[in-house]
Ligand binder design. Structure first.
Ligand SMILES: NC(=O)c1ccc[n+]([C@@H]2O[C@H](COP(=O)([O-])OP(=O)(O)OC[C@H]3O[C@@H](n4cnc5c(N)ncnc54)[C@H](O)[C@@H]3O)[C@@H](O)[C@H]2O)c1
Length: 249
């Protein structure tokens, strides 16, 4: 394993989930001090204790601006700064444009879109003060194409993440903060394995993916580590697809 993230402090949201955990493990393996955040503090502390380095586990509800301010302050004081922010938390429903309700819309947009904005709003200046670094916004192929004509609010939020990324990238371009979006295709996680097992949707996802399989969380995490590292030093405002060729069709 390379040590491309040595001396970097990286905050990951939604880190107790399938992809988030893999990102935490990969960034820590590459030398980062990782701040592991999610809704369940115990799970975050447990994961932080399992990875190399002086990782911290903290509860962070990404929709709570006061909590963002407090955590970014704590991290910069305790760990000497922040160099990488991975906005990974996201939720979805299966609702369509017709069945979406105000309540489900607000919930999905709140976590998946507003949460990313709040992360950038408070994490970006901290990264700039630390001397520069990288924000990785985990979007989705569903932020770019219409998918199966369902998960309406999720598509809305991920599409917004894709464009918020470009706008923020231009805002910070001269100030050392790179911002890129990462677009996973269909990734096998403990949750998705349960959700999709034996369903026609699983068959459609595999058959629609040119590489003919689901992606792994490790493959997503490897791309995050690249964008977080100085190897991606000339990348900002970009979209990186880890989708087995799904959007190439
Ligand atoms: N799994 C896939 O196939 C896939 C594909 C494309 C994109 N993605 C995206 O990757 C990211 C991770 O997905 P995953 O598959 O690991 O999902 P997951 O459900 O396993 O993990 C999501 C995590 O976000 C956390 N979370 C929910 N609400 C939160 C809030 N308000 N504040 C903080 N954390 C909150 C959950 O507790 C959970 O641990 C998401 O943004 C998702 O949209 C996943």
């Amino acid at each position: 394993m390379q040590d491309r993230c040595a001396e970097k402090v990286a905050l990951v949201t939604g880190a107790a989930g399938g992809i988030g955990e893999a990102i935490v493990r990969r960034l820590a393996a590459e030398g980062a001090t990782v701040v592991v955040t999610d809704l369940d503090a115990d799970r975050c502390e447990k994961l932080a204790g399992e990875v190399p380095g002086n990782a911290l586990g903290r509860r962070l509800d990404v929709t709570d601006e006061t909590a963002w301010e407090a955590l970014v302050t704590e991290v910069t004081e305790r760990l000497g700064g922040l160099s990488v922010l991975v906005n990974n938390a996201g939720i979805a429903t299966m609702n369509t444009v017709e069945t979406e309700t105000q309540e489900t819309w607000d919930r999905v947009i709140g976590v998946t879109q507003t949460g990313v904005w709040l992360g950038m709003k408070h994490g970006g200046p901290a990264i700039e003060r630390t001397g520069g670094g990288s924000i990785v916004n985990v979007a989705s192929i569903f932020g770019t194409v219409g998918g199966f004509g369902a998960q309406f609010s999720y598509h809305a939020a991920k599409g917004a993440v894709r464009l918020m990324t470009k706008n923020a990238a231009l805002h910070w371009a001269k100030r050392g903060v790179r911002v890129n979006s990462l677009h996973p295709g269909f990734i096998e996680t403990p949750l998705s394995r349960e959700l999709w097992r034996g369903t026609p949707r699983l068959t459609a996802m595999i058959e629609g993916t040119p590489l003919g399989r689901l992606g792994t969380t490790a493959e997503v995490a490897a791309a995050v580590a690249f964008l977080a590292s100085d190897d991606a030093g000339f990348m900002t405002g970009s979209e990186l697809y880890v989708d087995g060729g799904w959007t190439a069709r």
